[in-house]
Design a protein around this ligand. Sequence first.
Ligand SMILES: Cc1cc2nc3c(=O)[nH]c(=O)nc-3n(C[C@H](O)[C@H](O)[C@H](O)COP(=O)(O)O)c2cc1C
Length: 311
Amino acid sequence: MKIKGTEISGNIFLAPMCNVTNLPFRLLCKRYGAAVVYTEMINADAYLMDSAVTKKRCSILTEERPVGIQMFGSDAGKLAKAAQKIEHDLAPDMIDINIGCPAYDVMKNGCGASLLKDPVKLGTLVKKISSSINIPLTCKIRILPNDQDVMDVARVIQGNGAALLTVHGRTAKQGYSGKANWEVIRKIKSGLDIPVVLNGDITDGRSAKQAFEMTGCDAVMVGRAAIGNPGIFLEINSYLEGKATQTTLQSKISALLDYVQLSISLGYTDILPMKMQAQKTLKGFEGSGKLRDSISRTESIENLQELLASI
Ligand SMILES: Cc1cc2nc3c(=O)[nH]c(=O)nc-3n(C[C@H](O)[C@H](O)[C@H](O)COP(=O)(O)O)c2cc1C
């Protein structure tokens, strides 16, 4: 698959996720075979104001390329300016616009999924950003209650210079519940020329294979199933190549310890994302209740490492 002339090897992407897809996690997913990784969404206005927190959120390394930086905002001019500055400062492989976040605080300011409501305004915004940068602009949307409406949005995005479209097959109202609607994504894929990435409910090799077969999408994007299990990229790629790779609790713990170590060495020393990954890794494993309890109470990274190593 090519994104505006850039050849991408592989077709399993890591989804942008707030407080999850930080630099150490993206690097780990890359090592396990993610074809493209995205930063968590950053506020375009905050980037323009040189916010240190925002800059850390989109700090990237060569090893994780191709990497996309995702931004959110509502003002076309500011988004274009931020995109130019990001291209100049960081030279990511692509910049992505968040057109799907359903969070109240994001939508009330006209950002995220609220951009889906006005395709004309959205078209102007996409045009302004795509024509301001040399690297590809990608967009990530959610579906709408009416299929025709989301088809119109997808065509507007393509027509105004986006190089790739990711579609999360849930409406903003659905949040993260209910089943992702892949049928709409099939329709969008068949109506567009740019690559279409399917997102929603990719949880293993089987679901990835089904998604490709059912929709003809160019790639699939994994979100929640990667939390606590970055090895999912190896698992899916192996399955698609006809080789079964069983992810065990031990291999997940080992990846988790690597994540903690990588976080420390890269200066990401906030324990909360580590604890969240650990909780997700251990969820569902018999007898892990006590351990999860201890993890939720620990405030030291060393203690967290000891708890994990004791499994
Ligand atoms: C904790 C969390 C944070 C998220 N943050 C973002 C974000 O920053 N940008 C974005 O476009 N989507 C975000 N999403 C949505 C995911 O990218 C993805 O669209 C969604 O989880 C559906 O995919 P899944 O079914 O594979 O989880 C987030 C989802 C979760 C669970």
